[in-house]
Design a protein around this ligand. Structure first.
Ligand SMILES: Cc1cc2nc3c(=O)[nH]c(=O)nc-3n(C[C@H](O)[C@H](O)[C@H](O)COP(=O)(O)OP(=O)(O)OC[C@H]3O[C@@H](n4cnc5c(N)ncnc54)[C@H](O)[C@@H]3O)c2cc1C
Length: 288
């Protein structure tokens, strides 16, 4: 996507329609969409859009998280519970009765049908277009390629003695990454989503996102804050009067050419010269 700039403002975006020709894309149509204001809400695509619109660099990095499935195998025998579902709660679904979040070990389990999914809060920072590559389980006696990324394999093996479900026959290790659900945590050093104005656009481009692991539950609030900003609601009257969920809480836009290493340094703990505030997998700052 290209941005059309006029007199220091972004005046439009060029969008393309394309069709696939083998492995190539053939552009069949281009059109310029003009508007007074634009909101960038493209998940892990947001950093690239800001770069294209302004050249500015952001301390936002992908951290790809996979959620392996553990079916309810005989060695688990999870208790099942009936819960109301649907908008009016008129139908029942049966699910495993076992939601668990552990901040202490940085792993969480959630019911998924009659089984579970689990995730770990790893801190690898990858390129924004990162796709999982799979990993290797190597016990010395055997070596097996699995769909879980290595960072997840290593963490899972470490946590197995504490969470027997990880040793269950029901665990799907996956043959390739495509066998395991996953997606991007789009991280920033404060580990919370934010909204705000993108500088150098004459007040025409706005940012919403970088949800880290909490953008789903906080997304509606962040979107409302941005709407209030666009309507000109004074800060004191907004949903969150502080800058806690807004770009003003820290520096997010760095000069063109700022290196990846420089931006990654911000993810060091405060005591080490960075500004990382660990919020944990549930968007809650763990004690200590
Ligand atoms: C495994 C996992 C578990 C999670 N669990 C939780 C949880 O329990 N609670 C919670 O609150 N959050 C959770 N999250 C985080 C949450 O899912 C994200 O923070 C949230 O989805 C981000 O929303 P978004 O709208 O900013 O971006 P996205 O949901 O990524 O949406 C961006 C959209 O923009 C599209 N797009 C990208 N580039 C362009 C472009 N150039 N032009 C047009 N469209 C584009 C993408 O295709 C996508 O549809 C989890 C994330 C993962 C990966």
């Amino acid at each position: 996507m290209e941005f059309v700039r006029e007199a220091g403002r972004v005046a439009g975006v060029v969008v393309e329609r394309w069709s696939a020709a083998g492995n190539d894309r053939v552009v069949t149509e281009r059109a310029t969409l003009r508007a007074d204001r634009f909101v960038l809400a493209a998940g892990s695509g947001n950093g690239e859009l800001v770069r294209r619109a302004t050249g500015l660099e952001m301390p936002t990095f992908t951290s790809f998280h996979q959620l392996p499935y553990i079916r309810n195998a005989p060695d688990l025998d999870l208790v099942q519970a009936r819960r109301p579902a649907g908008a009016d709660g008129s139908r029942d679904v049966e699910i495993a009765d076992l939601p668990v979040i552990s901040h202490w070990r940085d792993i969480y389990f959630r019911p998924e049908g009659s089984g579970l999914v689990f995730g770990v809060h790893h801190r690898e920072r990858q390129d924004d277009d990162y796709r999982p590559r799979g990993g290797v389980i190597d016990t010395g006696a055997f070596r097996m390629h699995v769909g879980m990324d290595q960072v997840l394999v290593d963490r899972m093996v470490e946590l197995m003695p504490h969470f027997p479900a990880l040793s269950s026959h029901g665990l799907n290790l996956g043959r390739s990454p495509a066998d395991i659900a996953g997606g991007s945590y789009y991280m920033n050093p404060e580990e919370l989503p934010f909204e705000g104005e993108v500088p150098d656009t004459g007040g025409t481009v706005f940012y919403a996102g970088s949800g880290c692991g909490t953008g789903f539950k906080l997304g509606p609030g962040v979107a409302w804050l941005l709407a209030q900003r666009l309507w000109g609601v004074p800060r004191a009257d907004r949903l969150v009067p502080s800058a806690a969920l807004s770009a003003e809480r820290a520096t997010y836009f760095y000069p063109p050419g700022t290196s990846r290493e420089e931006l990654l340094r911000l993810f060091r703990p405060v005591a080490a010269g960075g500004r990382l505030i660990e919020m944990g997998a549930a968007g809650i700052r763990p004690p200590g």
